[in-house]
Design a protein around this ligand. Sequence first.
Ligand code: AMP
Length: 216
Amino acid sequence: MNTQSDDQPLTIALTKGRILQDTLPLLARCGLNPVEDPEKSRRLIFESKRPGIRFVLLRGADVVTYVRQGAADAGVVGKDMLLEYGAAGLYEPLDLGLAKCSLQTAGFAAGRKDGTRLRVASKFVNVARSFYAAKGVQADIIKLYGAMELAPMLGLVDEIVDIVDTGNTLRANGLVPFEHIADISTRFVVNKAAMRTRHALLTDIIGSLGAVSESS
Ligand code: AMP
């Protein structure tokens, strides 16, 4: 495990994209924001306005890996990534309440044929496998990387497991939600070893982020 020592800056991994857009105002309200706007730069590492802290920008799945391995001390990542890639080795002290959505199964309104082996497409293959196994439904899970709604339309699968916010994307493609799997929101996560070695600073950051996320 590669946990950073005290003379190193504290490294916080941020998830790029939609989550970053929502996280930056929260960081700004704690005086932690990056010195430069990450959305207008091609850099991947940014100093924080607060000395001794830096940010790295990653995809959500990689945030989980960096924080788990201790290459980043903490991270901001969607619960969907924690469910899919595993939260062992991490503390999850804060629900930032950002980018709220849910993980659902969805398919054609005609519903599921009983007794047949289901074909299911998802980016979240581990979540999907556990969900159907827990229900005792036999399912072949196919990993796809995007445009999940296309898979039932073209007959690749019977249903999908996907992120749903308003449900507009499902409706626009003739699909309906079946079952709710989990509520999703953005979490602040901390490497377990870093929580011991950098306790004062991390506790301070968790307190500040907690206070501003509760008041928003
Ligand atoms: P909607 O049409 O509002 O249900 O949004 C569905 C699509 O938007 C999904 O297929 C996701 O790709 C994306 N999406 C919506 N909310 C989120 C979120 N909080 N995090 C990641 N992707 C999201």
